[in-house]
Design a binder for this molecule. Structure first.
Ligand SMILES: NC(=O)c1ccc[n+]([C@@H]2O[C@H](COP(=O)([O-])OP(=O)(O)OC[C@H]3O[C@@H](n4cnc5c(N)ncnc54)[C@H](OP(=O)(O)O)[C@@H]3O)[C@@H](O)[C@H]2O)c1
Length: 261
């Protein structure tokens, strides 16, 4: 990681109590950034906060742990008020909050679909709406949304998760078109498989599985670069770029054969 890029940057990580988000918080703090970590689990946030190096900023404001449930407009607004109140703004919003429940079409439950959409997509909109006015006023800022390769095309067992991530990727594309010329950097992140609580429920072998620390390094190095899309591990995610271009008449039989579903 490029510590010159990160030193002193104020980074709000939403979805950082475990997995990739927690690993990003550790790596960012090690690189000299200031991190505000948010998620629902206050105890996990406090434990993570306690292990982060404090850097040169005053201990009371170097890093923050601010609990939030991203399904609530008011909770996200008050978490932002807290971060803004201490730091006066942020340089980066990194949205990682996500939920996943493997399901096939015959399992359809609209309530579950709504809940996952609320966390994976609407929660991102809520967080973006908090930081955007300040970014636009300053003509600067950086928003990175963690989607998934599962958002690139329809996949089996992805009944709830896939559409929520497709919406998030689509949102990032639109934000990029609107905001790039106004000085606000937008990036979308498409990770492959990472060993976290989210994927622990998968009952199949996950190819090219990364550890959260490896994923965090690849993610953050991607944020240092200009490319809109950050994807990793490339040996796996490049296949999805190729699949994305296939006509349906090739795509459906190929996915059925590859997954056996
Ligand atoms: N692991 C993978 O293979 C993989 C692949 C592609 C994309 N991703 C994406 O990467 C992101 C991080 O996932 P992960 O794998 O690191 O899983 P994880 O360890 O389960 O992390 C998910 C994070 O989201 C938070 N979260 C969930 N519901 C929330 C809510 N209602 N309000 C606030 N925070 C909430 C969780 O914290 P609390 O429970 O404390 O709220 C946790 O901090 C997710 O967006 C996921 O979709 C992961």
């Amino acid at each position: 990681m490029n510590t010159d890029f990160w030193r002193g940057k104020r980074c709000w990580l939403v979805g950082a109590s475990s997995g990739i988000g927690a690993a990003c918080a550790r790596a960012l703090a090690d690189a000299g950034a200031r991190v505000a970590i948010s998620a629902r689990d206050q105890a996990a946030l406090d434990a993570l906060l306690a292990e982060l190096p404090q850097g040169t900023a005053e201990a009371s404001s170097a890093h923050l742990a601010v609990a939030v449930d991203v399904r609530s407009d008011t909770a996200v607004a008050s978490a932002w008020e807290r971060v803004h109140g201490v730091w006066g703004g942020v340089d980066l919003l990194l949205y990682l909050a996500g939920n996943y429940l493997p399901a096939r079409s015959w399992d359809l439950d609209v309530g579950r679909a709504q809940d996952i959409l609320d966390i994976n997509y609407l929660g991102a909109l809520r967080a973006v709406s908090c930081v955007l006015p300040g970014f636009l006023a300053a003509g600067a800022g950086h928003i990175a949304l963690t989607s998934s390769v599962a958002g690139l095309r329809g996949l089996p067992k992805s009944l709830y998760y896939g559409p929520s991530k497709a919406a998030l990727t689509h949102l990032a594309e639109i934000l990029r078109l609107d905001l790039e010329s106004r000085g606000v950097r937008i990036q979308v992140i498409h990770p492959g498989f990472v060993a976290t609580p989210l994927t622990a429920q998968n009952d199949f072998a996950m190819p090219h599985l990364l550890q959260p620390e490896e994923a965090a390094q690849l993610l953050l190095r991607g944020l240092e670069r200009k490319a809109f899309e950050v994807h990793f591990p490339k040996a796996f995610t490049r296949r999805f770029h190729w699949l994305r271009c296939l006509p349906y008449s090739w795509y459906f039989p190929l996915i059925r054969r590859a997954t056996g579903l």
